[in-house]
Design a protein around this ligand. Structure first.
Ligand code: ZN
Length: 45
């Protein structure tokens, strides 16, 4: 198992986790980018 290095993604079933997932790769969009209306993570640009 190498979960320690895995990137985060928003869990729609987790209380308090209202983060958005990147439309391209599915990983969590950084809160700062989400605040700017972006729907992709920094890795996808
Ligand atoms: Zn992405």
């Amino acid at each position: 198992m190498s979960d320690a290095t895995a990137r985060r993604f928003a869990d729609p079933f987790a209380m308090g986790d209202d983060g958005a997932n990147c439309l391209r790769c599915g990983y969590l969009v950084e809160a700062e980018r989400e605040g700017r209306g972006l729907l992709t993570c920094s890795a996808c640009g």
